[in-house]
Design a protein around this ligand. Structure first.
Ligand code: C2E
Ligand code: CA
Ligand code: CA
Length: 675
């Protein structure tokens, strides 16, 4: 995995390497001078040679020891060279460490380019440690010293810490010059893991010296301890890595992607981020028909393809399911070639090799650019999401957020522009329709239904404009408006037991911030989440089950109820019940109204009610227009009814009049008793 954000580098890798090499050279000269100008120290050469051999042997192994974050690999080099420093002869210790790096570079081809920087950094850290020990008065092999152990303990800990710190800083600068992630970001991300890995190892250095000085027979014992420390450090770091990466594909996960976009937005003056959301077409069918193994293989092959097809300044991530994202950052002043996205799309839709078979998979890409389409991560992702859904619907490979809106505005008689204005001009308002419990006639819920009073076209039905709003991100502010106004309205009626039902568009449920938005509106009005029910159509729910589940879980965790609206008219009603936890189903009025005329409809409704009850859900019947249906529903043990027979949708003022005058005994006016 590469660094997540690419912007214009300030200091080149070569220049940085030069600076470190120069400083390291100077430090090395000081160490040499200090050694020559002072009394020769007594060094236990036997253990010096032993540890040097161990160091070289370990560096020869071609495998990575511990990978600490993105900042590189931690090998036993540090532990052994620090041990050598503690034994005495500082300059020779540094020499052995450098030899180790050469050996390491030879056995690992990928390490070649970094070898010079690594050598310079190592020299710098070890020379610093050597000089610090001298300053603490630790000279020659520590075990020969007569000084108080507390003295050396302090000296050893301080120098060890200095090495860890210097290493982390040097590695972070080196990486930031190469990958253009900011130094601070790398430090924040990797510092903890580096300190853990190197700290644990360095603390073994004095033990090696003391142990070997006691008897070389202890080598196996020390070796086992070292290997165990390595192992547990590696496991700890791997777990850390997992938190940022997707386990299946190894790509960065949603969390690190969001971090990356945050990062890039912080540097808007220097670079322009472009965010792409990619959604595979037909992946669900592959998964369902060919099994999860094949599904996983497709995701892995696709990720690999994505990694290779990305432009140099791009980074990919897997957001979950069959959804991927890419961020591409271009320096300000450099034109972004939009064609590269078409090229990316073409590369991604070439056949993948799955278990030896060519599999072609379609991809819909939605693109958005900062700052034009959003200044915050949230806005930018939303914009890309809107574009992606448009691409999916229209079957175009790539859609840009901004383009679509302009096209739509020309296409649809400016209704969309009008809708944007309507929101500001308060032309949108809410009507309420009560739902009654069939058992006792009490008011169970009031559903909020939006109305648009257009200055030129008069009343426009929500069925006409909600669909339009869903194609842009106007739907988010509209839903928010309905939720805010309706919850406030219901609170002021003083009816504490009546629930509020709000219709939620398919798009909102796929929006990862939707639950947050809902809660912040509820908190603002002091409306208890447990009194809110969100009505969602099944089409919306199964469009992206993983996303829906994420949002639904967040909502239900705080008590919000979920109802499936228009149940039965879609193709995936049972699928919805199978995959998602909901609280209620609202049987579509087509079935309800067919109850009396079609035995089939009656059978469907009755078994639906039974099924829902078995699953622990309650059932609302929509479109109850007369007493006969009410009676039939009572017989079928339906729970709640809504429709003109009870009350049509009414204005807020009408609702305030209707609620207090409603008396449960009035259901006798609805229900006729001729059973
Ligand atoms: P829906 O959620 O199925 O809402 C019920 C619709 O049935 C309402 O139409 C209501 O006026 C109508 N209705 C109620 N009782 C009866 C009856 O007894 N017989 C008949 N024939 N119809 C009845 P409306 O208000 O025109 O809303 C249409 C659709 O627009 C709604 O269908 C809902 O999907 C959507 N909608 C309404 N308000 C909102 C909103 O705030 N947000 C979203 N996303 N969608 C909304
Ligand atoms: Ca509804
Ligand atoms: Ca409905």
């Amino acid at each position: 995995m590469n660094a997540l954000v690419n912007a214009r580098p300030r200091l080149g890798p070569a220049a940085f390497s030069g600076v470190v090499t120069a400083i390291a050279g100077a430090m090395l000269a000081v160490v040499l001078w200090a050694e020559v100008s002072s009394e020769p120290v007594t060094v236990n050469w036997t253990i010096f040679v032993l540890i040097s051999l161990l160091l070289l042997a370990c560096e020869r192994t071609p495998r990575a020891w511990v990978r600490s974050g993105q900042a590189g690999v931690v090998t036993p080099l540090w532990m052994f060279s620090y041990a050598l420093i503690l034994i005495g002869s500082h300059s020779i210790a540094i020499g052995v460490a450098l030899l180790g790096i050469v050996v390491h570079g030879r056995s690992r081809t990928d390490a070649h380019a970094d070898a010079i920087t690594r050598a310079a950094g190592t020299t710098l850290s070890l020379a610093t440690a050597a000089l610090m020990l001298k300053a603490f008065g630790v000279d020659g092999t520590i075990t020969n010293l007569e000084a108080v152990p507390v003295g050396w303990a302090t000296a050893i800990v301080m120098t060890g810490l200095a090495i860890v710190l210097l290493n982390a800083v040097i590695a972070a600068i080196a990486l930031s010059t190469k990958r253009s992630v900011s130094f601070l970001t790398i430090m924040q991300r990797d510092f903890g893991s580096r300190v853990t890995a190197e700290g644990a190892l360095l603390s073994l250095a004095p033990l090696w010296v003391i142990g070997l000085d006691f008897s070389p027979v202890l080598i196996p014992l020390l070796g086992i301890t070292t290997i165990l420390v390595f192992r547990s450090t590696r496991q700890a770091l791997e777990r850390l890595e997992e938190a940022q990466h997707d386990a299946l594909t190894g790509l960065p996960n949603r969390r690190s992607f969001i971090d990356a976009v945050d990062d890039s937005l912080a540097k808007l003056s220097a670079a322009n981020p472009h965010v792409l959301l990619l959604d595979l077409n037909g992946f669900k069918e592959i998964n369902d028909r060919l099994g999860h193994d094949v599904g996983d293989a497709v995701l892995i092959a696709f990720s690999e393809r994505l990694r290779r097809a990305l432009p140099a300044a791009g980074t990919g991530a897997r957001l979950g399911g069959d959804e991927f994202a890419v961020i591409i950052v271009t320096p300000v002043g450099q034109r972004f070639r939009r064609e590269i996205i078409e090229e990316l799309h073409a590369a991604l839709t070439q056949p993948l090799d799955i278990h030896g078979f060519p599999v072609t998979i379609g991809v819909s890409i939605g693109a958005a650019a900062a700052p034009a389409d959003g200044h915050t991560t949230r806005d930018l992702l939303r914009a890309a999401d809107v574009a992606m859904y448009r691409a999916k619907r229209t079957g175009t490979p790539v859609e840009w957020y901004a383009n679509g809106i302009q096209v739509k505005q020309r296409g649809r008689l400016n209704l969309l522009t009008d809708l944007g204005n309507a929101l500001e001009a308060n032309q949108l308002h809410i009507h309420f329709q009560p739902q009654l419990r069939l058992t006792d006639g009490q008011i169970d819920t009031v559903e909020a239904l939006i109305r648009w009073n257009h200055p030129d076209h008069g009343e426009i039905s929500p069925s006409e404009f909600i669909g339009l709003a869903e194609q842009t991100d106007l739907i988010a502010p509209i839903t928010e408006m309905v939720l805010r106004a309706a919850s406030k309205g219901l609170l002021t009626t003083g009816e504490a037991d009546v629930r509020l039902a709000v219709n939620v568009s398919s798009r909102s449920l796929q929006d990862p911030y939707f639950a947050d938005d809902v809660f912040s509106v509820l908190d603002e009005n002091g409306f208890p989440p447990s009194r809110l029910e969100l009505e969602v159509t099944e089409r919306a729910l199964v469009a992206n089950v993983e996303r829906s589940r994420y949002t639904i879980d967040l909502l239900r965790k705080r008590g919000v109820r979920i109802a499936i609206d228009d149940f039965g008219v879609g193709y995936s009603s049972y699928q919805t019940l199978r995959l998602l936890d909901v609280d209620r189903v609202k049987v579509d009025r087509d079935f309800v109204q067919g109850l009396l005329v079609s035995p089939r409809d009656r059978l469907i409704v009755s078994s639906l009610i039974e099924l829902a009850h078995d699953l622990g859900l309650d059932v609302v019947a929509e479109g109850v227009e007369g007493p006969a249906i009410w009676n039939e529903l009572t017989r079928l043990r339906c729970d709640v009814a809504q429709g003109y027979a009870i009350a049509p949708p009414m204005s807020y003022l009408d609702l305030r009049r209707w609620l207090p005058q409603w008396d449960a005994s009035m259901i006798h006016g609805i229900a006729d008793h001729v059973t």
